[in-house]
Every structure is written in structure tokens, then in C-alpha cells.
Design a protein around this ligand. Structure first.
Ligand SMILES: Nc1ncnc2c1ncn2[C@@H]1O[C@H](COP(=O)(O)OP(=O)(O)OP(=O)(O)O)[C@@H](O)[C@H]1O
Ligand SMILES: [Mg+2]
Length: 376
């Protein structure tokens, strides 16, 4: 397994001029040896491009890729010694399941006894033992993709295993099982795993470190916890979480935070307060999980008109529109009546559309954003 250092950018077309011409903007990043990573982001943000630069399927138009300090930029996937699993099964239909699993080992001249042992282990991990002698062509799409996964996992001596949305064709229950399996395999063998997905649940349950990407850029790298608690960019706040983070436009005025025509005490952290003062206008970010019902006489509470409250099963999601203090809502040029979402307990059952609820917005979980970037 290898440590992978990237210092690169990629444009598919010649002579890139503006940021839009780049599939990957200049990026410097290290994947630690033995780490489990996810590349997470919406369609078209550059996940596959990045993965292919790592594997060697694609040569970045600028910069370098190094494995353990060795420049491999010009090397093929074979030379880099990478295993890659794609979205759709890549297997030999004319071979049996066992032969398919053995192929990457036989190809490398691994002795037959070792091949048998390793194929047996991988088949066991993926519940393929019972079909080892079956022809691959007759199997379901699920089973075929499991073979693809097995072929990716069968070698111990690869520099890294890369997965590009490998569970897309797998049914939801099996998906969950396989994700857990991959996690187990990672724990057992300390492989460097890089896993591409646009599904946050998949990324957050699989990876120790999630690289959140947006439009050719890695906007934040962090643990599930860090992405949830301290999104570095409003994009991450929106993208991670279900529903995503609430953002309220506010401004600094005479030592107070002005929000929807009301005054609130600024954050106790002096450095943050100074940044907000310097910026003048900013956004307040609060996760639905941290919006709580407050009492109307709570000076730090924000009034909002309930639009609906929905029972999701184990919790409620209430949607409420921030209520402006005066008739001139929005007159100050800020988007002052966003729809806020709060994740609440059974207390939400009593909320009626049209009534005003008071929400606590300011507490230690509250984040502040200037120009979409987290103020630290
Ligand atoms: N071979 C190519 N030639 C030209 N442009 C490409 C090529 N492959 C990808 N792109 C462009 O590069 C950008 C990044 O694409 P990429 O496939 O890396 O995104 P992705 O995050 O993997 O998306 P998805 O989730 O849909 O797989 C997109 O704008 C895409 O249109
Ligand atoms: Mg892709």
C-alpha cells in the first residue's frame, strides 16, 4: 500500500483559460497509506476525473502524482499497481466465478496454492463460496458486481484500491451489507481505499476521511463529524445532512447581530465577532438538528411562522419561515425570510401551520460564514 500525493490540475480541452475550463482546479492533497477515503460530490464535480488521475487511466494536464514519494505521473494503472472497481461489472462471462476472482492473481504469477487460498477467502467475505464453480454469465447483476469487487480485493500487494460508485447496481439491502463488508476488510488489511460516491450516507459510513468536492474543487476534507459540525463552506453545509444546514443572512450593527430586523448578542468568541464586524454582512449556519423550540421571552430566540410539521417516524421535521420584525421585510437587501428546517421530537406534534414558533439559533453549534467560507 502506498501514500499518494497529488499536486495537479486537469482540463480535458487544450489551452484552459478560466476556472470553467478545468475539470479539476489546482489541487494539493495527500492520501495517507492505509486510509479509507471517500470522494463525495454532485454529478460532474470531478470525482471520476480525480480517481482516474490517481489510477493512471488519465494523465493530469498539469502537475504530478506520486506514490510513496516516487513520481508515477507517466505510469499506467498496471505500473502503478492499482486495483479499480467500476460502477458496472467488469468480468469475464465465459469464466467461472472462481476463475474470475483468480484472474488478477494468476496474471501476476502467484502460485496456485496461494491463489486457491486467497480466492477462497474473498469468496467467503462476499458470500460467493456457493457459486465459485458457476459460469459468471448466468448470474444476476448483483452477483456480477460482487465478483468485480472481489477481483478488486483479491490482491494484497496493490498500492491502493479505487472504487467508482461500485454499489450503484446493487439492491439497497445488499448495498448496506457490502458497505459494512468493505469497512471490515479495510480494518483487517489496512488497504488504502478511495471510494467515489455522490451518496453522503455511503461516504460517511465508509470513509474515515471524506473529500467533499464541488465544481472541480475539494472544498473540505474531514471526518463525518467535522463535516457535520463545522462545514468549511456553505456548499458542504447544504450538501451534507438531510435536510442540509439552514443559512440566515445577517449583518453587524453597532456591536450587535442584526437578523430579520432584530438585535442579537454576538458570538462570545472575540476573533469570530471581529471577523463578522469587519465583513459587515454574513450568514449564520444552523443544522436542523440544533434548531430548538424556545420560549418567546428568550432574547436570543428567533420567531418563525410554521409552514408545516411532518412526522418522519423517529423524529419530526418542522419547516418555518423566519418572521421579519417590521413590514419592510427584505428592505435591507438581505434574504430575510428563508425557510428554516428544524429536526424536532414529539413537541413538534403541537405545532400548527400559520402560528409563530420561537427558535433558538445561537449556541455553541452555530457557524458563521463570510463569502460562503466558515469563520474560524
Ligand atoms: N472525457 C471527457 N472529455 C471532456 N470532458 C469530460 C470528460 N470526462 C468528464 N468531463 C467533464 O469533466 C467534468 C467532471 O466530470 P467527472 O466525470 O469527473 O464528474 P463526476 O463527479 O465523476 O460525475 P458523476 O457523478 O456524474 O460520475 C464534467 O464537467 C464533465 O462533463
Ligand atoms: Mg463519475
Amino acid at each position: 500500500m502506498a501514500r499518494i500525493d497529488l499536486d495537479l490540475a486537469h482540463a480535458y480541452g487544450p489551452n484552459p483559460r478560466s476556472d470553467e475550463d478545468y475539470a479539476l482546479l489546482p489541487l494539493r492533497f495527500t492520501f495517507d497509506d492505509g486510509g479509507a477515503y471517500a470522494l463525495l460530490g454532485p454529478s460532474g464535480c470531478g470525482k471520476t476525473t480525480l480517481l482516474n488521475c490517481i489510477s493512471g487511466l488519465l494523465r493530469p494536464s498539469q502537475g504530478t502524482v506520486s506514490f510513496d514519494g516516487r513520481d508515477v505521473t507517466g505510469h499506467s494503472p498496471q505500473e502503478r499497481n492499482i486495483a479499480q472497481v467500476f460502477q458496472f461489472p467488469v468480468i469475464y462471462d465465459t469464466m467461472t466465478v472462481g476463475q474470475n476472482l483468480a484472474f488478477p492473481l494468476r496474471n501476476r504469477g502467484v502460485p496456485a496454492a496461494q491463489v486457491r487460498e486467497r480466492v477462497g477467502q474473498v469468496a467467503e467475505m462476499l458470500d460467493l463460496s456457493a457459486v465459485l464453480d458457476r459460469q459468471a454469465s448466468g448470474l444476476s447483476a448483483d452477483a456480477k458486481q460482487k465478483i468485480s469487487l472481489g477481483r478488486g480485493l483479491v490482491r494484497h500487494d496493490v498500492a491502493a484500491i479505487l472504487f467508482d460508485e461500485p454499489l450503484t447496481v446493487i439492491d439497497p439491502h445488499l448495498k448496506w451489507q457490502l458497505r459494512r463488508k468493505l469497512k471490515e476488510i479495510h480494518r483487517e488489511f489496512h488497504l488504502t481505499l478511495i471510494y467515489v460516491t455522490h451518496d453522503q450516507t455511503e461516504a460517511l459510513t465508509f470513509a474515515d476521511q471524506v473529500v467533499v468536492m464541488s465544481r472541480g474543487k475539494a472544498v473540505q476534507v474531514g471526518t463525518a463529524d467535522a463535516l457535520f459540525e463545522r462545514p468549511a463552506h456553505t456548499f458542504v453545509g447544504h450538501f451534507i445532512g438531510s435536510p442540509g444546514m439552514n443559512f440566515l443572512s445577517a449583518r453587524w450593527r453597532d456591536g450587535w447581530i442584526e437578523l430579520a430586523g432584530r438585535r442579537y448578542a454576538p458570538p462570545a468568541d472575540r476573533a469570530i465577532a471581529q471577523r463578522l464586524q469587519a465583513a459587515g454582512t454574513f450568514k449564520i449556519g444552523v443544522r436542523p438538528e440544533y434548531l430548538r423550540l424556545a420560549r418567546p421571552d428568550d432574547e436570543q430566540a428567533v420567531p418563525a411562522v410554521i409552514e408545516r410539521a411532518q412526522d418522519i417516524g423517529t423524529y419530526w421535521i418542522a419547516a418555518a419561515r423566519l418572521q421579519h420584525n417590521d413590514a419592510g421585510a427584505g428592505a435591507d437587501g438581505l434574504d430575510n425570510s428563508p425557510l428554516l428546517r428544524a429536526r424536532l421530537g414529539d413537541e413538534a406534534a403541537a405545532l400548527r401551520p400559520g402560528e409563530t414558533a420561537w427558535l433558538s439559533v445561537f449556541h455553541r453549534h452555530t457557524c458563521y460564514y463570510v463569502d460562503e467560507e466558515l469563520v474560524r
